[in-house]
Design a protein around this ligand. Structure first.
Ligand code: ZN
Length: 212
């Protein structure tokens, strides 16, 4: 069976990823649903732009978060204090309304033998953010993956975010931010570890999420 021949798609592929042309046609339907004319000049290129944007918005599906963390360093000269990467800006998309969730993640762990490059923590956040999400699930996914791969003494993750589905529709409440957290290991059992993490995060000057 040949794959990728495009034109002669059979029924068995109905549940697989649609073609770019099908995705663009769907955008044209939504433009008509909004009340506009997809054939007017200003909208002619819009479907292809939207589909290209989607490739960026949802690039997390093509990434394996476990692989991002796979390369660890074990020579840390006995460093055994908390490692915190704070104010990691992220852009995600609400899975109920497909509108942006924009916020910051604070990710911390207490290493046991192994550490990762700090850019990997930011990439881990993006791998889960660039999908359709709910904030609670994303918080748990980041913490659980870090915990599973690094097997540290503890993990703490806090997400603060503004949901455009609350600011631009529905209850129309701009300026509201949602805060979620997941504490594992010593971050859960040891109040002083948790306090240290919270104090590092709250001393941040960029603590507040922009009003989007
Ligand atoms: Zn929503």
């Amino acid at each position: 069976m040949t794959k990728g021949s495009g034109a002669d798609q059979d029924q068995s592929e109905a549940t697989s990823r649609p073609t770019r042309e099908e995705a663009e046609a769907a955008v044209r339907v939504l433009l008509r649903w909004a009340g506009d004319d997809p054939n007017r000049e200003g909208l002619l290129e819009t479907p292809s732009r939207v589909v290209r944007s989607y490739e960026e918005f949802f690039s997390g599906y093509a990434q394996d978060p476990r692989e991002i963390l796979a390369r660890t360093f074990s020579e840390v000269d006995g460093y055994d204090e908390m490692i915190v990467l704070k104010d990691i800006r992220f852009e995600s998309y609400c899975e109920h309304h497909m509108v942006p969730i924009i916020g910051r993640a604070h990710v911390a762990y207490l290493p046991e033998h192994r550490v990762v490059g700090i850019s990997k923590l930011a990439r881990l956040v993006d791998a889960f953010a660039k999908r359709l999400q709910i904030q609670e699930k994303m918080t748990a996914q980041i913490a659980d993956t870090l915990n599973e791969i690094l097997q540290p003494k503890g993990v703490g993750v806090i997400l603060e975010a503004a949901h455009q589905c609350m600011s631009t529709r529905g209850v129309h409440k701009p300026g509201v931010e949602m805060v979620t957290s997941r504490m594992l290991g010593t971050f859960r059992t040891d109040p002083s570890t948790r306090r240290e993490f919270l104090s590092i995060v709250s001393n941040s000057t960029a603590y507040n999420v922009p009003n989007t």
